[in-house]
Design a protein around this ligand. Structure first.
Ligand code: GDG
Length: 482
C-alpha cells in the first residue's frame, strides 16, 4: 500500500471487526456483514495500530483478557480494544437512538424515526465511554479515525479529554437536508459533537453541501467557507470534504480468479442457469433502506410487462438478517419471504422458479464468486450513503459479462456512470431498465464494465483511507509541532 502516514493510528467504530461467539465446539469468531467493517479491517491489517469498538460477542471477554484481543489471533497485525455495554446501554444507544432515530432520519424515512430523551442520555453517555477509552489507549499525537452515526458526539468529547489528538470522523450514511435534520430534537448537539473533529468526511458532494447548510442554519457564531469547504467554529477550522469510500479491487479480483472460487462460480452457473437463461443477483442486509420490496415489485412488473422473458431469467437474492432486535427489521424479513413466494407462485412453474433466496450470511469469497457468475446485479436502495455491493460486483466481474443496475439515490451512482440507472420508486421504469439490461450486447456490457473497473482501479479503498488520513495529518501538522 506504501502509505505515507507517519503518526500512530487509532480506529474507532461501533461494530467490532471480529465477534467471538461461544459454540458447542468452542469459541468461533464471526465477521459480520456490513460496509464499515469490511472496508476497515484490511486497512488496519496493512497499517497496524489500535481499533476500539463495542465487544458484542458472547465469548468476547474470553478472547480479550484485559479488554484487548490481537487480530488475527495467530499472527497479530493490530490490537482490538473491546468496550462492554450492558443491556440498557445497548438498547438506548444502539437499538433506539442510533438505529431507530438517526438511521431512518438520515435516510429520509422520517415516519420511521423515533427519538426519546432517555435514549438520548444513554447515547451521550455511551459515546463518552468510547471517548474515555480512546483518551486512555491513544499514543501521543495519534490520528483518530472515528466512524458513523453511532458515534456522532465522539469528536468533541475526545477533544475535551485529549486536545493533542488529531481527529477525522467519517459519516458513512447520507447527510439529511436541514429541514429533515431539524426534526431530530438533539440536532444541534449532534452537529456540535461532529464539529469537534479536524476533518469531517462524507460520501458525496451532496452530503457535504447538506452538512454545510445545516451548520450555517443552526448556529449564529459560525462561518462557512463553501469554496474551501471549511467551517470556522470556536477558533478552529474544520475541513469538510467528500471522500467516496471504495473497495480493494485488486484483492477482490485475485479472490475471484483463484482456482477454488473460479470452480465455485462455474458451479453456480451450471446449477442455476440453463438454455441461455440470464442470472441476476442481489446482496443486502435485510434493511428497509435497501429497497428489497420495491425490487420484488419491479420484478413482478417486469414479468407482467415482458411475458416473453418468463423462463429466461433466474434471480438469486441474498438477504442477510440484521438488527433483528428492531421489530421493523423482523417484519421486513417476513415481508420479503411472502413477496418472494407470491412471485414464484404467480409466474413460476415445474421447470422454472424465478426467484431463489438465500436468507443467511455467505462467506465473503463465495459471495464474490456469485458476483462473478452473474449476468446482472440489482442494487435498488431507496437511499444509500455509497453501497459497497455495487463496487464489489463490478470488481468481481472479471469475465465482464454482467450489467449493473444501480439506484440513482445510492452514492455509488455518482461514480459508476456506466451502470444502468434505476429509480426504486418507479417500478415500471425499473422493469424497463431491466429489459434494456437483458438486451445489451456482449460488447456493450464489456465496454461498460471495463470503464467502471478502470474507475475502481484509480479509486481504491486505500486511496480513500490515505486521502482522509493524509488530509488529517496535514491540517493538524501545525499544532502537533507547536
Ligand atoms: C454502510 C452504508 C456504505 C452483505 N452480505 C454479506 C456480506 N455483505 C457485505 C457486502 C458489503 C457490506 O456487507 C454491505 O455494505 P453496503 O455498503 O452495501 O451497506 P451498509 O452495510 O449499509 O453500509 C453504505 C457503507 O456503510 C460503507 O461506507 O457504502 O452506504 O449504509 O461489503 O459484501 N458479506 C458477507 N456475507 C454476506 O452474506 N461476508
Amino acid at each position: 500500500m506504501g502509505t505515507p502516514i507517519q503518526r500512530p493510528l487509532v480506529v474507532v467504530t461501533n461494530r467490532e471487526p471480529y465477534v467471538d461467539e461461544r459454540t458447542r465446539h468452542g469459541v468461533r469468531y464471526v465477521q459480520k456483514a456490513g460496509g464499515v467493517v469490511s472496508a476497515l479491517d484490511p486497512l488496519l491489517r496493512e497499517l497496524g495500530g489500535d481499533w476500539i469498538a463495542w465487544g458484542s460477542g458472547s465469548a468476547d471477554r474470553l478472547t480479550a483478557p484485559g479488554g484487548v484481543r490481537p487480530v488475527p489471533l495467530s499472527d497479530p497485525k493490530y490490537r482490538l480494544h473491546r468496550i462492554y455495554l450492558n443491556p440498557e446501554e445497548i438498547q438506548g444507544f444502539y437499538t433506539r437512538y442510533a438505529n431507530q432515530g438517526l438511521w431512518p432520519l438520515s435516510h429520509l424515512l422520517i415516519e420511521r424515526a423515533r427519538f426519546s430523551r432517555r435514549a438520548w442520555t444513554i447515547y451521550r453517555n455511551v459515546n463518552l465511554k468510547f471517548a474515555r477509552r480512546v483518551a486512555r489507549e491513544s499514543p501521543a499525537s495519534a490520528l483518530i479515525f472515528s466512524h458513523d452515526y453511532q458515534l456522532a458526539l465522539l469528536p468533541s468529547q475526545i477533544r475535551q479529554l485529549r486536545p493533542d489528538l488529531a481527529i477525522a470522523h467519517f459519516w458513512h450514511i447520507p447527510w439529511p437536508v436541514f429541514t429533515v435534520l431539524r426534526l431530530c430534537p438533539q440536532y444541534q448537539e449532534i452537529l456540535r459533537g461532529l464539529l469537534g473533529a479536524d476533518v469531517l468526511g462524507f460520501q458525496t458532494d451532496d452530503d457535504v453541501e447538506a452538512f454545510l447548510t445545516s451548520v450555517e442554519r443552526s448556529f449564529r457564531h459560525v462561518s462557512v467557507d463553501r469554496q474551501r469547504r471549511q467551517v470556522h467554529w470556536q477558533s478552529r477550522v474544520i475541513e469538510v470534504r467528500a471522500f467516496p469510500i471504495s473497495v480493494d479491487i485488486n484483492a477482490l479480483e485475485s479472490i475471484v480468479r483463484s482456482p477454488r472460487i473460479t470452480r465455485w462460480s462455474r458451479g453456480i452457473r451450471r446449477h442455476l442457469v440453463h438454455d441461455g437463461q440470464q442470472l441476476g443477483v442481489s446482496v443486502d442486509r435485510a434493511d428497509y433502506t435497501k429497497g428489497i420490496i420495491p425490487r420484488l415489485e419491479a420484478l413482478r412488473e417486469f414479468f407482467r410487462r415482458y411475458p416473453h422473458r418468463r423462463g429466461q431469467v433466474v434471480f438469486l437474492q441474498v438477504v442477510v438478517p440484521t438488527r433483528s432486535e428492531v421489530s421493523a427489521y423482523r417484519a421486513l424479513f417476513r415481508h420479503v419471504e411472502q413477496e418472494t413466494r407470491r412471485i414464484n407462485q404467480d409466474f413460476g412453474n415445474n421447470d422454472w422458479q424465478p426467484v431463489l433466496s438465500v436468507r443467511r450470511s455467505i462467506d465473503r469469497k463465495r459471495l464474490m464468486g456469485i458476483f462473478r457468475a452473474a449476468d446482472f446485479a440489482l442494487v435498488s436502495s431507496l437511499f444509500d450513503g455509497m453501497n459497497l455491493v455495487a463496487k464489489e460486483f463490478v470488481s468481481a466481474q472479471v469475465d465482464q459479462r454482467g450489467v449493473l443496475l444501480l439506484s440513482e439515490t445510492a452514492g455509488a451512482s455518482h461514480e459508476l456512470e456506466e451502470a444502468l440507472a434505476i429509480n426504486p420508486w418507479d417500478p415500471e421504469g425499473f422493469a424497463a431498465s431491466l429489459e434494456q439490461a437483458l438486451s445489451l450486447s456482449p460488447e456493450d456490457r464489456r465496454v461498460r464494465m471495463q470503464a467502471m473497473q478502470d474507475h475502481l482501479h484509480q479509486h481504491t479503498l486505500y486511496d480513500w483511507a490515505t486521502d482522509i488520513l493524509t488530509t488529517l495529518e496535514q491540517v493538524t501538522a501545525a499544532y502537533v509541532e507547536s
